[in-house]
Design a protein around this ligand. Structure first.
Ligand code: ZN
Length: 153
């Protein structure tokens, strides 16, 4: 398995509902001469996570950083649905766990390419929302544990 030390976030830069599928992005990337879609995951507006390139394969989504990263693309230009946000948080959370990473390993595309604004939200905004989401999830986990071990209040 290749070394993974970055999760890099992208947007599709399209709000066209006809482009809301990894099949469309794959077609574009194949037309550009890529061997497959450049991203590892695509999240469409209804929050479905679609698998792109196999994680074991090096992606084609962020020049100079493809070898050790996982690329996640949200469909949209700068407005994303709540379902997409939730799906992204879940996906990032699981990926951090699997590769033993922390939030320091999460990046937005523009951080590596000053000519880009992709994914059109800042890393600070993402991390702020993600940490709130994580705290809420931890509270939920604990309350489940309490229920499971039969604690009575
Ligand atoms: Zn990008």
């Amino acid at each position: 398995m290749r070394k993974i030390d970055k999760i890099i976030l992208h947007c599709s830069a399209s709000d066209n509902p006809k482009h809301d599928s990894i099949d469309v992005i794959r077609k574009w990337h194949l037309e550009r001469g890529f061997s497959d879609v450049g991203y590892h995951f695509f999240i469409n507006k209804n929050g479905t996570i679609q698998e792109g390139r196999k994680i074991s394969a090096i992606g084609a989504h962020c020049q100079g950083h493809n070898a050790t990263s996982i690329g996640i693309c949200l469909h949209g230009i700068n407005k994303f649905s709540l379902a997409q946000e939730q799906a992204l948080f879940n996906l990032v959370d699981v990926t951090l766990d699997v590769y033993n990473l922390t939030e320091k390993n999460i990046f937005c595309h523009y951080q590596f390419n000053s000519n880009k604004t992709c994914p059109n939200f800042t890393i600070e905004t993402f991390k702020k929302s993600f940490s709130i989401w994580q705290k809420q999830n931890t509270i939920d986990d604990n309350s489940n544990k309490d229920r499971n071990d039969g604690t009575e209040f």
